[in-house]
Design a protein around this ligand. Structure first.
Ligand SMILES: Nc1ncnc2c1ncn2[C@@H]1O[C@H](COP(=O)(O)OP(=O)(O)OP(=O)(O)O)[C@@H](O)[C@H]1O
Ligand SMILES: [Mg+2]
Length: 254
């Protein structure tokens, strides 16, 4: 796609980003980060540190108060998303899996939920059917196809949410606390899924406070602290062996 081919080398470039809710509650304080094509990046931080806010800004759902966020070399702004072509291309490339699956799921059946994205992309009927069936198989949820998403368990909802993003075949996966509420077998499966997407050349950006998930998936880690600032960036090995850093960021207790 033009958008990706014409892009600068970075997928995202965040410079001096600040964001507050209602101009009062600081969520992100002077954040600088870069995300390169094909990397697996984890953003680690404790509850309330700003992870979800940061991911929503990367996904163009919120916009910075100050500083800039560039995606594929283009500044993300409300105005940029008013351009239909930009909006379409961005939404085709970037898939977002919400922390809370109830925010993501809204269609009457699982099948319709997974078909929604491909239909929005304007794909023909056979392609839509093929994408839905592929996603149902990949997520092992063929048996849920006719169920109502709101009647599923939390883990099943997460699988449907992942399937609804997979059917869009995004180049960039943005995953907010993807392992939260999943049983151990489903977490192992999730790790394999993320790593398989990465092996296919996709870029992975995930936010979590689950150190083992970061270790099993990421090749680079940023740490957000409780003051909503980035306090470290390194390999998972270095970050996870730095006990004083992890205590400072409230990622382990003393
Ligand atoms: N809709 C909102 N209105 C007001 N403040 C908010 C809103 N959403 C988040 N905040 C505040 O912004 C800060 C960052 O929240 P955010 O949800 O980004 O944290 P998080 O790192 O994702 O936390 P968690 O691990 O609990 O998901 C917190 O202080 C939170 O209280
Ligand atoms: Mg969050």
């Amino acid at each position: 796609m033009d958008f990706l081919n014409n892009s600068s080398e970075l997928i995202f470039n965040v410079k001096d980003l600040c964001y507050s809710y209602n101009e009062q509650i600081v969520a992100l304080d002077h954040i600088n980060l870069t995300i390169h094509p094909g990397e697996k990046l984890a953003i680690l931080g404790s509850n309330g540190s700003g992870k979800s806010t940061l991911l929503k800004i990367l996904d163009g759902l919120y916009f910075s108060d100050s500083g800039t966020v560039t995606a594929f070399g283009q500044i993300l702004s409300e105005q940029a998303f008013r351009d239909d072509r930009f909006n379409f291309e961005f939404r085709s490339l970037v898939g977002f899996v919400f922390q809370d699956s109830d925010t993501q799921l809204f269609m009457p059946s699982v099948w319709d939920e997974i078909a929604f994205g491909p239909l929005q992309l304007g794909l023909d009927q056979n392609e839509v059917i093929s994408r839905v069936e592929t996603a149902l198989l990949a997520l092992h949820i063929e048996n849920l196809r006719d169920r109502a998403p709101y009647q599923l368990s939390g883990g099943e909802k997460k699988q449907v949410a992942l399937a609804s993003v997979l059917s869009m075949t995004p180049e960039i996966w943005v995953l907010d606390e993807p392992s939260a509420g999943l049983d151990p077998r489903t977490v192992s499966w999730l790790i394999e899924f993320i790593n398989a997407q990465s092996s296919n050349g996709k870029t992975i950006i995930l936010a979590t406070h689950d150190l083992s998930l970061a270790e099993a998936t990421a090749d680079r880690v940023y740490v957000l602290d409780e003051k909503h600032q980035l306090i470290a960036e390194s390999t998972p090995g270095k970050i996870l062996s730095d006990r004083s850093l992890l205590i400072k960021a409230n990622l382990i207790s003393k």
